[in-house]
Design a protein around this ligand. Sequence first.
Ligand code: SF4
Ligand code: SF4
Length: 477
Amino acid sequence: MSNEIPVKQVDPTPDPSDKKNKTETVDLYASRQKIYVKEVKGFFQKIRNVSLMALMGMYFLFAWLTLDGQPLIHFDLPAREFHLYGATFYPKDFFLLSAMLIISAFGLFFITTLFGRVWCGYTCPQTVWTFIFMWIEEKVEGSRNKRMKLDKSPTSSEKLAKKSIKHALWLFVALATGVTFVGYFYPIRELIVDLFTLQANGWAYFWVAFFTVATYLNAGWMREQVCLYMCPYARFQSVMFDPNTRVVSYDPNRGEPRGNRKKGVAPTELGLGDCIDCEQCVQVCPTGIDIRDGLQYECIGCALCIDACDEIMDKMDYPRGLIRYTTENELEGKTSKLLRPRTFGYGAVLALMIGAVVFIIATRVPAQMDVLRDRGALFNFNGEGRVENSFTVKIQNMSEVPQTFELSVEGLEGIRILTTTNVTVTSGENLALPTVVDVPPESLSSSNSTIRFHAESQTDPSLLLETESRFVGPRPR
Ligand code: SF4
Ligand code: SF4
């Protein structure tokens, strides 16, 4: 073994003309290149159109619908109530909202494991609104080539008119989105009247303006930037992918080597694959990537490149599916498994969570009663010589209809309620009823006895509320 340490001669005065000594400067900031998305028609675009119409329709319509006089969906923040499809939820039901969010998250993981980013491509609000805005742009400014030409052209009255119409329509959709969003918190019929008569609450104006501006910027200007730089899901979805996940992919075995050719010439004659390098798949991509470079985090799984490539394959008389939904295993000639440990894992958690929420909602009581002893005097003797205690009976009606209750008390011989025993509690009301109870002194075997209050609904005979309290009296002799 040598005892020498290898050393390298370093020239202290490097020659700048020597390429090895040159340092390369890399700019960490790159300004956004505007993406001109080409319109494409096809099977997956039709599916998205149906999903866009359904989701937009639901979003704009549901704020107006009522069920039994109650809004179908309404977050009543001042009353701290949440009306959802005929059921009313209160702050104590907050865990149900948390459970539903967890279910949504696991539903998303489950679907992503099976089919990649279908949520992003077909249902995410960012995609839905961006596609609506792109559709408006296409209708006002024309096709991709026309839009590129328009942007490069000098300012003219035609250019100004087209840009003004486009932005006015974008702002109109953004405003409708903002008003509808706030309409889920502030009854929408009143909101519209109040907004236009300047009677609305200042917060209503603030949130309408906020959501209008956010929609206009996100769907009109930022578009794919939201997916690429702001959405955390784009970054961590890759951990849910495995070689069996079915995603939009280019088949390099079939497509490569790519190259231009005339229709009718067999690719094998030219030593080429099926990709004619037309770049249609790139021109229709809303995030501006080339799917032929492999799976990329920028891909939102919209499948527009499948539609574009299928159209080219039809024109060339080649089989469709050069770009298709497939798995890494299938591209390598292996078989794919639909069911695997991670799908079972996500599926099992999802099924358990859904089962638990359904059980909790199904067994949820429509009303509840609490009885609090008044903090003043422990007990009094009334004019009849009986021992008297004062309570506050609280009844919360969580059903959708008013409930009339008959109040009674038991647990001591001769116990009775001296105050009102028949009360009506409106839907959503939390009634506090001062209640005085008395007993003959001889019934008391202890200075502190257990008594039981009952509230029997006259509206729904199956509804009986019960709760225990203490009756305090003098020490028996
Ligand atoms: S659309 Fe199809 S044929 Fe054209 S470049 Fe893309 S993969 Fe190749
Ligand atoms: S590569 Fe582009 S067009 Fe193709 S699915 Fe991904 S985002 Fe859509």
